[in-house]
Design a protein around this ligand. Structure first.
Ligand code: 13P
Length: 254
């Protein structure tokens, strides 16, 4: 069975109290052998809370990875409102999401900025979860693969082949995020297959590249999506806010 990455991006949700409750439920659910028996070689679970809830998550996380949703590339200084890599490392974070479409669209993060963030995160020995994907307008005008080429080649421009292999990629079509309208498994597979070929040309080969799909993943569409050969896992938003629905995504797959 292929290894599945089940990653939950909480976005701007979940207070410290709610985070504590989530992990209390999660640790009870993980006593269930049908999940815990797979954790490790066949299943990797990660949760990305808001900065303010990271410490609460760390306290209750058990075998779940806890990461951050964003980071700045400078290590310290006059950057009001930003959080640095050493600050996240000190909390125990090993993973950081970079380039989520909400960061690109709402906060205007450019490919150039994201390239600097990727480089800094990899230099510090952390694992970036690098998001890319097209808007509905771009898809409808036949631009999808051009968008991948631009976001991936520019985003990865400061990295060596070995560094690129340490990234976990997340294909997230913007039109499928938070809309309840997931890409079909064929659409997601086509996109991940194409990007795997593209990334493999920039690195040492296709097999070691990990690509997640994100955008309205729920227990009822998980099996089809996760069974696709070029999809290694899911980056889940809404359905990751409750421990039960989050784990049901994996249960639906196995
Ligand atoms: P939804 O699962 O809520 O569509 O969000 C996906 C996402 O943006 C994960 O990063």
């Amino acid at each position: 069975m292929k290894k599945i990455y089940l990653y939950g991006n909480w976005k701007m949700n979940m207070t410290c109290g709610e985070t504590k409750d989530f992990f209390a439920k999660m640790s009870r659910a993980l006593e269930d052998e049908s999940i815990s028996g797979h954790l490790g070689t066949e299943l990797e679970i990660a949760v990305f809370p808001a900065y303010t809830s990271i410490a609460s998550a760390m306290a209750g996380k058990g075998r779940v990875i806890v990461g951050a949703q964003n980071v700045y590339f400078e290590h310290k200084g006059a950057f009001t409102g930003e959080v640095s890599i050493p600050m996240l490392s000190e909390l125990g974070c090993t993973h950081v999401i970079i380039g989520h479409s909400e960061r690109r669209q709402i906060f205007k993060e450019s490919n150039e900025l994201l390239a600097s963030k990727l480089k800094a995160v990899l230099d510090a020995g952390l694992t970036p979860v690098f998001c890319y994907g097209e808007t509905l307008e771009e898809r409808e005008s036949g631009e999808t693969f051009n968008v991948f080429r631009e976001q991936l080649t520019q985003g990865l421009s400061k990295l060596s082949k070995d560094e690129i292999e340490r990234i976990i990629f997340a294909y997230e079509p913007v039109w499928a995020i938070g809309t309840g309208k997931s890409a079909t498994s064929e659409e997601a597979e086509d996109a991940c297959k194409y990007s795997r070929e593209l990334i493999s040309k920039l690195s040492n080969g296709a097999e070691r590249i990990v690509i997640l799909y994100g955008g309205s993943v729920k227990p009822d569409n998980a099996k089809e999506l996760l069974s696709m050969p070029d999809i290694n896992g899911a980056l889940v938003g809404g359905a990751s806010l409750k421990a039960e629905s989050f784990l049901d995504i994996y249960k639906a797959y196995v």
